[in-house]
Design a protein around this ligand. Structure first.
Ligand SMILES: [Zn+2]
Length: 176
């Protein structure tokens, strides 16, 4: 039995030949991930002098759409509702946060950015190392890992992961 082992120079040549194909596949993953990525949301106050300090502090906070804002707790909620130093809200006046004082008479709103995560997903150029071709699809931004895999906030508030990167890779793999 003869066994053919390509020499390293040939392996590198082959790797360079397939590199554009690998990158094309990775780019399809990028496109799919952008489609599946959750939006981001921003905490917006009415910015007058009646906004409570805990919400003044939250003004402008941006989080992925499947996660919660981190708001400083109010003393009443800490004493009577058992929340810790932070209160975790999906949006202003979110009763699932278990706060009461921190919701009452709140006039804040949420601004949605549909591309908030998608615009920061990108595909690298192929890197050929010996016989290996590496192309990386990357999502950058605050809390993108938690947006992908989910997280648990204190008080056992669970945020499910959006799994947009994993689902994108699976969708592209299924086409092949
Ligand atoms: Zn408010």
């Amino acid at each position: 039995m003869a066994k053919f082992t390509p020499n390293p120079a040939l392996e590198t040549l082959l790797a360079r030949m397939v590199a554009p194909d690998v990158q094309r596949i990775a780019h399809q993953v990028e496109v799919e991930a952008k489609r599946l990525a959750p939006p981001t949301k921003r905490w917006v106050t009415v910015a007058d002098d009646r906004v409570r300090p805990t919400h003044v502090q939250a003004q402008g906070q941006v989080v992925p759409g499947n996660l919660r804002f981190t708001i400083n707790s109010m003393d009443w909620d800490r004493k009577h509702r058992g929340v810790g130093p932070n209160t975790y809200m999906l949006q202003p006046r979110d009763q699932t946060s278990r706060a009461v004082a921190n919701l009452k008479n709140c006039r804040c709103a949420t601004a949605i950015d549909p591309e908030g995560i998608a615009r920061n997903i990108s595909t690298s150029q192929p890197v050929v190392t010996g016989k290996r071709v590496t192309v990386t699809v990357t999502a950058r931004g605050p809390m993108v890992v938690e947006a992908e895999v989910g997280t648990v906030y204190s008080g056992n508030l669970i945020a499910d992961g959006a799994h947009f990167m994993a689902r994108a890779a699976a969708a592209v793999a299924a086409r092949r």
